[in-house]
Design a protein around this ligand. Sequence first.
Ligand code: B1M
Length: 214
Amino acid sequence: MSNTLLPEITDALVACDAASAVALTQQALASGLEPLTIIKQGLVPGIEQVGERFQAGEYFLPQMVIAAKAMQQAMAVLEPELQARQQRVDSAGVVVIGTVKGDIHEIGKSLVATMMSASGFQVHDLGVDVPSQVFVHKVRETNADLVGLSALLTTTMTAQREVLRALEESGIRDRVRVILGGAPVTPEWADSIGADGYADDAVGAVQLSKRLLG
Ligand code: B1M
């Protein structure tokens, strides 16, 4: 039964059917599937197919919005389970994370934030469309060890560079590590703007942060 649940979750997202996506996610959990497996093999392929259909002109913005909401509702079922699977001991570090200015893509950033939090980091999630100065302010306020910048649009990747500049100009760049992520972002881009690293996905972001913070 459980081996058909993952493609069914994918199909429910592609059909923009939030109720089924949530119900199937609950069933998948109850059947013993790991939350990360459900995310990687059920939900993410679904939202990716929605993106492909949007790109091909088969889907329009309302479908993307509905599918994204469905994914967020299913993620809300999984987040407590992700948290529960990690025993938090000492804080692995203080992290400020957000999606940069001009960009409202939330799902990937929230997944990274959840995984970081589940892995023992103390996470301050600033949300989406976050101006550079808000990152700077939060780093000061929390004495953060690491800043995570998410960008999903080629047009908003440049805002990652602006945050790095703002940290430099505020004289706190050398106090924090800065990591980047998001679909159009590459390790080369991260290097070229002086970030400390790039991660492909949420698990990679946790590994990279642990490595950077020793
Ligand atoms: Co938008 N969108 N979108 N969108 N959207 C994309 C990104 C796009 C590729 C779709 C497409 O054309 N195929 C395209 C970008 C093209 C480009 O610039 N290269 C696009 C576009 C064009 C747009 C609009 C401009 C559309 C329009 O208005 N005409 C508009 C822009 C709005 C804005 O931000 N100003 C827009 C709007 C939206 C919605 C609001 C409808 C919705 C977002 C809803 C929400 O988040 N609340 C949406 C969605 C859902 C998508 C797609 C379909 C899915 C994104 C997603 O959530 N993926 C997306 C197509 C796609 O990605 N296939 C698309 C699932 C998520 C788990 O993956 O976010 O990649 P992802 O995160 C991953 C990794 O990237 C990484 O780890 C995550 C987990 O593995 N990661 C990090 C992310 N952040 C990280 C940070 C890290 C480390 C790793 O360290 C800090």
